[in-house]
Design a protein around this ligand. Structure first.
Ligand code: HEM
Length: 490
């Protein structure tokens, strides 16, 4: 077992200072939150003792990336058209909405806009532009005092929800259609921006409950609403998302929840001396598994169907694909039973399998900054290399998983194998792509639970026997994302 303390991560004394006052007003909801000067966190390494994987030429990495492109000639028929889905490859165990919960979680806890793809970067010197905590800074930004444009000025304490010409919810936007939200990446595509809209509504709906609660003093309503929103979200991340993605068995090994007693988290690898940090093995490899879950096209509701994720080109008509950065086209409101198991099961679209295949649109990303390449698969492999991640085989041996796959078994001549690819292929070989395999599940589960454990404001630290107050449709299954969505929109 490693359990190495990342010496340099999370030791910033300045990050423990009391909250700053802006023009004499303390930003509400941030009381007692450890703040760093840049409202973010640190990157670090989970497996400090493991050597970096060998560095491969870009051409060889691109060769591997290209093997991951879903085959446009497969199955004939309409596949090969931008909005077609190849036969097979659907994951009936994970509805499509969870793909975008994954993207939403990623945007809450990690943002590395600074490391360079083409050269080696030291994670200890890198700033995570998001706090590595489930605090929804991607929703709240730095609070109503600092970022008032995100908040409803007529209804204090509420987040601003905009309306399209046809009266549907949209994200608030500036005159150039840039979303005015805590993390601009939550308008990267129409589905993740739909989830952001739900969370805006969720906060406002929870505000109503808090307002009606006589035990809450008016001046603490905002803090109390944030706390309830965050804790419900944290609960869903653990008990719904992690369970589906990593498997109930992996979760149960790390999260002990004896009946009627406070829960306990058992971590094996993720330790931090003081503050949480963002492990690069997670941000640059393991949690990027979600890229393989993305479908080529989605039904938004029963009228707007089969819209491709992205078509080629930077300037395209607003209704031609699901890219974000535009006012929501009329009729494009997401009908959540098409994304989550709410009500009639037949409308739910599945995510794609967690495997080594990516939808072709992800090889031609629109509106990327000038730092090419546009292939997400190649970017992931380059990013892993630039951050000197250990190989998949070294990590697998280190975690002592039952089976360590060679490059040959994974179908690549890159042996040792880049960690991101290893994790995807391992999922395919061990679980048939229904959920993460042993290496991927261990890292994802460990880090997400670790962030909860290290956050002094999480339900787990403040009140480990806390239970959600929003009702679950299925009491045995417990609270799910679908329940949150229904409550938010009620
Ligand atoms: C349509 C869907 C998605 C698109 C277009 C997309 C696109 C991207 C892009 C362009 C990057 C930056 C790549 C780089 O330069 O290193 C990125 C990073 C990342 N993505 Fe995605 N992504 C999507 C969905 C997801 C999902 C579903 C997950 C997880 C479940 C995910 C997890 C991540 C993570 C962890 C990072 C690194 C974030 C950081 O630390 O900066 N993404 N994604």
């Amino acid at each position: 077992m490693d359990g190495v303390t990342p010496e340099l991560a999370g030791t910033d004394q300045a990050s423990q200072r009391p909250p700053t006052r802006t023009h004499g007003v303390e930003p509400r909801g941030l009381r007692n939150q450890p703040l760093s000067p840049a409202f973010g966190g640190r990157f670090g390494r989970l497996f400090r003792r493991l050597a970096p994987a060998p560095s491969y030429e870009v051409d060889r990495l691109n060769g591997l990336a290209e093997t991951m492109r879903e085959d446009a000639s497969q199955g004939g028929g309409s596949w090969g058209q931008p909005n077609a889905q190849p036969p097979g490859g659907d994951n009936d165990a994970i509805p499509a909405g969870y793909t975008y919960l994954g993207q939403f979680i990623d945007h809450d806890i990690t943002f590395d806009p600074a490391s360079l793809l083409g050269r080696i970067n030291d994670p200890d010197a890198l700033q995570d532009f998001r706090t590595p905590r489930f605090d929804l800074d991607s929703l709240y930004g730095s609070g109503p005092a600092d970022e008032p444009f995100q908040y409803d000025q007529e209804r204090p304490g509420r987040l601003l929800v905009a309306s399209t010409e046809s009266g549907e919810d949209d994200l608030p936007r500036n005159i150039q259609q840039v979303a005015l939200i805590g993390d601009p990446r939550n308008d990267e595509n129409t589905i993740v921006s739909g989830l952001q809209r739900v969370f805006l509504r969720f906060h406002n709906r929870m505000w109503q409950e808090v307002e009606a609660d006589a035990t809450v003093q008016p001046e603490t309503r905002f803090d109390e609403t944030q706390r309830r929103v965050r804790w419900h979200y944290q609960w869903v991340v653990v008990h719904d998302y992690l369970k589906r993605t990593c498997g109930a068995d992996v979760l149960a090994r790390k999260l002990l929840e004896p009946d009627g007693r406070a829960a306990e988290i058992k971590l094996r690898w993720y330790r931090a001396r003081k503050n949480a940090y963002m492990p690069v093995e997670f941000s640059a490899a393991a949690f990027r598994f979600g890229h393989s879950q993305v479908r080529a096209a989605y039904n938004l509701n029963s009228s707007i169907t089969n819209i491709p994720l992205f078509v080629a080109g930077d300037e395209v008509a607003p209704t031609s694909d699901l890219r974000g950065g535009k006012a929501l086209p009329g009729g494009w409101q997401l009908d959540w039973p098409h994304f989550l198991p709410i009500g009639a099961a037949e409308t739910v679209q599945p995510s794609r399998l967690i495997d080594s295949r990516l939808t072709p649109a992800l090889f031609d990303l629109p509106r990327l900054p000038v730092d090419k390449p546009q292939s997400l698969a190649l970017r992931n492999l380059l990013r892993g290399q630039a951050l000197q991640l250990p190989s998949g085989q070294d990590v697998a041996r280190h975690l002592r998983v039952e089976r360590v796959f060679s490059g040959g078994e994974l179908g690549t001549d890159l042996d040792p194998t880049p960690l991101w690819f290893y994790i995807l292929k391992e999922s395919e070989l061990v679980t048939g792509g229904a959920r993460l395999g042993p290496v991927g599940a261990e890292i994802v589960c460990e880090v997400l639970l670790g962030l909860l454990e290290l956050d002094p404001q999480s339900y787990f630290r403040v009140q480990p026997d806390w239970r959600p107050t929003v009702l679950a449709a299925d009491a045995d299954a417990g609270l799910t994302l679908g329940d949150l969505v229904q409550f938010a929109l009620s």
